[in-house]
Design a protein around this ligand. Structure first.
Ligand code: PEP
Length: 254
């Protein structure tokens, strides 16, 4: 059965000491939850902080380590890039791929994302694959077609075994960092649509077993209602993941 996951995308924020203070606070705030909790929490710091943050996470607890991106090649002369294999070697279990900021600012397209997915899976990482429409697309009533295409072109080339490792994140671009959250109904209808597409591409069982996260201005106030939707299995959290109390309240919303 699918997992409930709350993942924090720290983006290009926090110094080493700030990150360590945040993890110390989150660890102590979730300590009471940890025993018996079924929620998996993933923190995704910037590359230089991964190793130190990973070493700080209690072994075998509810906190796991993720990266925000990886390169598609395994190694080589790609100055400034980081491979999936390197991420795995410092303790990463997850990697966010296809975030709208990467698609928009770094021109990552379906072809490149397909290669990154393959590289991540080959290194044993679980990809958190993001999809989501712009405001323009939503207003043109093209949301479902657009997301259907992102899934088909970016993700559904994976084999059954590969796809079983993937977490999908629905992140409407108009809701990311804007304070404008999708209503729980808007989130639920897109999540249900994504699950239906997975059932068609793979199987009903694969669809039931896939964790689908919502991302876009989720916070301590709206998480309970969002996570209460049948097809919303957790959240990918940006801004609110940088504040220990807010992030912990989101985790406790299940
Ligand atoms: C994100 O960037 O993945 C995100 C969901 O950001 P925020 O929560 O700040 O909207």
């Amino acid at each position: 059965m699918r997992k409930n996951i709350v993942a924090g995308n720290w983006k290009m924020n926090l110094t080493l000491s700030e990150a360590q203070a945040l993890v110390t606070e989150i660890t102590s705030l979730v300590a009471a939850e940890a025993a018996g909790s079924t929620v998996e929490v993933v923190v995704c710091p910037p590359f230089p902080l991964l190793s130190a943050v990973g070493q700080q996470l209690p072994q075998g607890g509810m906190l796991h380590l993720g990266a925000q991106n990886c390169h598609q090649k395994e190694s080589g002369a790609y100055t400034g890039e980081v491979s999936a294999r390197l991420l795995a070697s410092v303790g990463c279990e997850y990697v966010i791929l296809g975030h709208s900021e990467r698609r928009q600012y770094f021109r990552e397209d379906d072809e490149q994302l397909s290669q990154k997915l393959k590289a991540a899976l080959a290194a044993g990482l679980k990809p958190i694959f993001c999809v989501g429409e712009s405001l323009e697309t939503r207003e043109a009533d093209d949301t479902f077609d657009y997301i259907g295409r992102q899934l088909k072109d970016g993700l559904f080339h994976l084999s059954n075994e590969e796809f079983a490792q993937v977490v999908v994140a629905y992140e409407p671009i108009w809701a990311i960092g804007t304070g404008k959250t999708a209503t729980s109904q808007q989130a639920q209808e897109v999540h249900a649509f994504i699950r239906e597409q997975i059932a068609r591409a793979y199987s009903a069982e694969a669809a039931l077993n896939t964790t689908i996260l919502y991302g876009g201005s989720a916070n301590a106030q709206n998480a309970r209602e969002l996570f209460g939707q049948t097809d919303v299995d957790g959240g990918l959290i940006g801004g609110a993941s940088l504040k220990a109390r807010d992030f912990t309240e989101i985790i406790k919303s299940f």
